[in-house]
Design a binder for this molecule. Structure first.
Ligand code: PGA
Ligand code: ZN
Length: 412
């Protein structure tokens, strides 16, 4: 692979905030010999794009999303077109891992704060696409071959009701999720029917930032009663939440509606909810550094309901391995932009599966129309994918890509 030109620009995400988009122009040479130049072996030109999402309820241990003082990404864009472009165009590349390794070394910081995780990840995804095109295979297949994984359809975690920081706390938890099992086409059909039925029940309510309904209720229980009714109507579905508890913490206790819960009381609340409703998983039940509380809840809910780390593990292979030693969780959210390269996101999936845990790949609350996460989830054989509600185009595009992959996989 010979990269000839690198372009970057700021584009708006779903919140209208700028994020990084990259275009790579290259000469692809299947079976390229290291010493031969592209023109000697007759390479063909290929261009790929990638854009990166942006979180709002971020963990403090995430890789650094480089922002200018005014919130822009002009420095990150300039880093791609300057230093990164020079490094990419200076030599030939044999694999996407080689490129990611070089980007990580070029940045030289533990959290990608010099060049920006947003700059590096956009390049890393576009580079992965170049190599898929060079090998003439679908993106998910190239990822599976790179990762040494068995590809397969993830469960759909559909965020049907949005709360927390994604909806001005109209609902106390950040995400009320319907988990849909089975073949993507069957799971998506159930999600669509349940989402529309919920919409009809709720009537005219605001939407949240992730394309789910955002009603208000008097009590903590009511949204779960609605979800349980959907589960009863739609086979192969169950309930999950993302508590995003970092955002609930205030002076050592967690605020839900007008109540304050000490960690022990919050633990009892989760145990009570999981015993009364058909729960599949609870994400970030406590704040990002409350490892002992995670471990106690995981033990208490073993066999009943998964405990998922997000801000707690931040897609960081070392933090996941540490959580494994502590038996702190039973599933891990995988967000490539929390770590900043495809290579390390694959390593995070490896660490997750090495612990015997489920990997749930995830979009962010600020999204673009890039559907990489769908190919990534399918390629690494993730147990789940979180891609938001069905009320926003950029969320639907991820599900539509999964439906396309289902067809591609049958044809391969
Ligand atoms: P974020 O939220 O993208 O705003 O961080 C998603 C999540 O917490 O899972
Ligand atoms: Zn989360």
């Amino acid at each position: 692979m010979k990269i000839e030109r690198v372009e970057a620009r700021a584009i708006p995400d779903t919140r209208g905030k700028p994020t990084v988009e990259v275009t790579l122009h290259a000469l692809c040479i299947p079976g390229m010999h290291k010493e031969a130049t592209a023109s000697e072996v007759g390479g063909h030109p290929v261009s790929t794009h990638a854009s990166v999402p942006s979180g709002k309820s971020t963990g403090s241990h995430e890789a650094c999303e480089l922002r200018d003082a005014d919130g822009g990404v002009e420095t990150a864009v300039a880093n791609v077109e300057g230093e990164i472009a020079r490094a990419l165009c200076a030599r030939k590349w044999n694999s996407p891992d080689e490129i990611d390794g070089a980007l990580i070394a070029l940045d030289g910081t533990p959290n990608k704060s010099r060049l920006g995780a947003n700059a590096i990840l956009a390049v890393s995804i576009a580079a992965q696409r170049l190599f898929a095109q060079e090998a003439n295979v679908p993106l998910w297949k190239a990822i599976a071959e790179r990762a040494g994984t068995t590809p397969g359809a993830p469960r759909l975690y559909v965020n049907v009701m949005n709360g927390g920081v994604h909806a001005d706390f109209r609902l106390p938890f950040q995400e009320y999720i319907l988990v849909c099992e089975g073949r993507t086409s069957a799971a998506f059909a159930a999600a669509r029917a349940a989402f529309d039925a919920l919409g009809a029940t709720l009537g005219n309510v605001p939407m949240g930032e992730e394309g789910g309904y955002s009603p208000t209720f008097e009590t903590l229980q009511e949204p779960f009663e609605l979800l349980a009714a959907l589960v009863a109507e739609h086979a192969g579905t169950s309930i999950a939440i993302d508590a995003a508890a970092n955002e609930l913490l205030s002076e050592g206790a967690y605020r839900l509606l007008a109540e304050t819960y000490a960690p022990d009381a919050l633990m009892r609340l989760y145990e009570d909810l999981a015993s009364r409703f058909p729960f599949h998983s609870i994400e970030d039940p406590f704040s990002e550094d409350a490892g002992a509380d995670f471990a106690r809840l995981t033990a208490a809910l073993r066999g009943t309901c998964l405990v998922v780390g997000d801000d707690f593990t931040v897609t960081n292979p070392a933090r996941i391995a540490h959580a494994a030693r502590e038996e702190a969780i039973s599933a891990v959210l995988i967000k490539p932009n929390q770590i900043g390269s495809v290579k390390e996101a694959i390593e995070a999936v490896e660490a997750t599966h090495a612990a015997g845990w489920a990997a749930i790949c995830s979009h962010r609350s600020g999204e673009t129309d890039d559907t990489f996460i769908a190919d990534f989830a399918y390629g690494v054989g993730a147990e789940g994918i979180k891609a938001g509600g069905l009320g926003q185009k950029q969320r639907l595009e991820k599900y539509e890509r999964l439906l396309e992959i289902e067809k591609e996989a049958e044809a391969v």
